[in-house]
Design a binder for this molecule. Structure first.
Ligand code: SAM
Length: 298
């Protein structure tokens, strides 16, 4: 279920027309809303081929108003170049993992299944989680689990993972969940104690924060400059689900507004969050935070 649909539409104002980019098109829910809302064209990017296949179905009725590209969103400028597009009216990034990735068999994202430790968003390239775990040192792993997972017992979990891997008893998500649960110990509360470890390893393996850090600086110059008729400039909207991501977006946006003649302004002093009804219908929306940046005239 796509989060903050109305809020994204209001933020990106597709009724202005023009070219829009969805850098995390997923199954195409937000993209569909932008096209129905008046976007002339939409370039949808995802690094997951399966997501692109689903987006192709969702967006089929829009015909050649849509181009779908298999790429990492950090490479959006070259994707736009290849499409012959210089500047765009709006860019959306809806970060993180999709429910399709969590639910689909054979992906290795979820502790609810027992399958090989893959966890790659792009299964066409790069090492799997199992391969990365073979050559990571315990200290690095502990830092990853602490930083990206907020796991207080990160050292214990890292030690247990490295140990189990060496013993040859850590090849599946079920085994990883069991190792993490045992290392964290204690009674379960509402959340499975291996959740934090899975989240941390996913962010690390897919370099999710690295991509985010790069894309903001690379893409704001591609947002349309307002044409002097009072029309608004191109906008960049980012939905994050993790406090580290939200902080990164907030600081990157703020840094761009410094100086005597900033080229952009931030439209969201505070992040936009989901309303009660949406959270009730879709618990994942609870942690979603939307921030929006707009290009200004010279
Ligand atoms: C939360 S889902 C997006 C859902 C989508 N907005 C919708 O309405 O269906 C996030 C998507 O971003 C993709 N993704 C994550 N990091 C990416 C990156 N660096 N480059 C391209 N796609 C990425 C994932 O593969 C996943 O399909």
């Amino acid at each position: 279920m796509s989060v903050l649909l109305d809020e994204v539409q209001a933020a990106l104002a597709p009724e202005r027309g023009g070219v829009f980019v969805d850098g995390t098109v997923g199954r195409g829910g937000h993209a569909e809303r932008l096209l129905d809302g008046g976007a002339d064209r939409l370039i949808g990017v995802d690094r997951d081929l399966r997501a692109l296949a689903l987006a192709r179905e969702t967006l089929a009725r829009f015909g050649d108003r849509v181009a779908l590209v298999h790429a990492d969103y950090r490479d959006l400028p070259s994707v736009l170049d290849a499409q012959g597009v210089a500047s765009v009216a709006g860019v959306l990034l809806d970060l993180g993992v999709s429910s399709m990735q969590l639910d689909e068999a054979g992906r290795g994202f979820s502790f609810r299944r027992d399958e090989p430790l893959d966890m790659r968003m792009d299964q066409s390239q790069g090492p799997t989680l199992a391969e990365r775990l073979d050559d990571v040192d315990e200290q690095t792993l502990a830092d990853v689990i602490y930083r990206y997972g907020d796991e207080r017992k990160s050292r214990r979990v890292a030690r247990a993972i490295v140990h189990a891997r060496r013993q040859g008893v850590l090849a599946t998500t079920g085994q990883l969940a069991a190792v993490a649960r045992r290392a964290v110990g204690g009674p379960w509360q509402r959340i499975d104690p291996s959740t934090r470890t899975f989240q941390a390893l996913r962010i690390w393996l897919n370099d999710e924060l690295g991509a985010l850090e790069q894309v903001i600086g690379r893409m704001w110059p591609r947002l349309q400059v307002p044409d002097g008729s009072g029309r608004t400039g191109g906008r960049l909207a980012i939905i994050s689900f993790h406090s580290l991501e939200d902080r990164m977006v907030k600081h990157a946006f703020r840094a761009l507004t410094q100086g005597d003649t900033p080229a952009v302004r931030v439209l969201t002093r505070r992040p936009i969050e989901a309303g009660e009804a949406e959270v009730a219908a879709n618990p994942r929306a609870r942690s979603a935070k939307l921030r929006v940046l707009e290009r200004m005239g010279a």
